[in-house]
Design a protein around this ligand. Sequence first.
Ligand SMILES: [Zn+2]
Length: 85
Amino acid sequence: MSEKCNEVLAELEAFVDGELPSEKMGEFVDHLHECPPCLHRADFQAKVKEIFRKKCEKTSSSPPETLILRVRQTIRSEVRFTDEA
Ligand SMILES: [Zn+2]
């Protein structure tokens, strides 16, 4: 895992939310192209966001904090699994 991977991982949530400045966004995409594990993480994070969005649309309320925490833990274990593989 390179230093760049750590950087990408730290800002993955902002990236998926589209909150990164365009300059950083380009760097991010470049890295994802050359680093399949990071691409996998980004893809997973995007899927989680999508599930959240659908859930919120149905209930028209924010997901409970406990659910957010559980998903964060899932993301962490997923990332660990990817690193070991
Ligand atoms: Zn990477």
